[in-house]
Design a protein. Structure first.
Length: 240
């Protein structure tokens, strides 16, 4: 645990030093709360705050919530909704906004294990009421994660993960965005997870968010009702 925090602080200081040279490195901050009622049902809430430079030029925030239902061990359904606010570049929350959006999104997540590697496929449809009218969008994410470290309480304390997500619409040019994420997670306890990562986002002719490189910092907190031993928390790819 001390090694993780030392590494975490070292990375932050190194990136802050580099940010003077890599001026367009932004920040991507996540707080996620989840309550698992039983082996099938859970609810969640999440807030995100993003900046286009290293913790300044804040341009975006979102808050959302939803409900998950695990159909079976390897299939999970989700229905979520939230508010997504994008401001103009050039400072902190510069007006007028680029986009003021309310979104509803059903999704399906498929899980698979190959040895100790966990594979996840996520399919999401987004119904979007934006400043520029109603839009549809479709997202596909493929990711892999590998937990490691000395097991305790039936979970391993560390995880490395990589994922890539594609964004499409039903109107030209159809392809909107590509989002690539590399991350390392540390689980200091059964109910908390800390994340640090690097995210690169490429946008194609859209104005609701600017694509570039981000430092990702996340905090995930999960509460449980008393579950069976088979339902102890397991790592999964974190949302973004």
């Amino acid at each position: 645990m001390k090694i993780f925090y030392t590494t975490f602080v070292g990375i932050l200081l190194s990136i802050k030093t580099l940010s003077a040279q890599i001026d367009d490195l932004g920040s991507w901050n996540i707080v996620n709360l989840k309550y698992t009622s039983n082996e099938n049902w859970s609810v969640f809430g999440e807030a995100q705050l993003r900046s286009l430079k290293f913790y300044h030029n804040f341009h975006y925030y979102e808050y959302k919530g939803g409900i998950n239902y695990k159909v079976q061990k390897n299939v999970q359904l989700t229905l979520g909704a939230g508010s997504y606010q994008t401001y103009r570049e050039g400072g902190d929350f510069v007006l007028p906004k680029n986009n003021n959006e309310f979104r509803i999104w059903p999704q399906v997540v498929l899980f698979q294990s190959i040895g100790n590697i966990k594979i996840e496929q996520r399919y999401r449809a987004e119904l979007r009421w934006t400043s520029n009218g109603y839009r549809n969008r479709f997202r596909y994410r493929l990711g892999a994660s590998y937990p490691f470290g000395k097991e305790r309480n039936e979970y391993k304390p560390y995880q490395i993960s990589v994922s890539n997500e594609l964004f499409f619409t039903d109107k030209e040019p159809y392809f909107e965005r590509n989002r690539l994420l590399f991350a390392i997670n540390h689980k200091p306890s059964k109910i908390t997870t800390l994340q640090i990562g690097y995210l690169h986002q490429f946008d194609y002719k859209i104005n609701d968010e600017t694509g570039r490189a981000f430092l990702v910092v996340g905090f995930y907190y999960e509460l449980f009702r008393k579950l069976s031993s088979k339902s102890e928390p397991k790592y999964e790819l974190k949302d973004n």
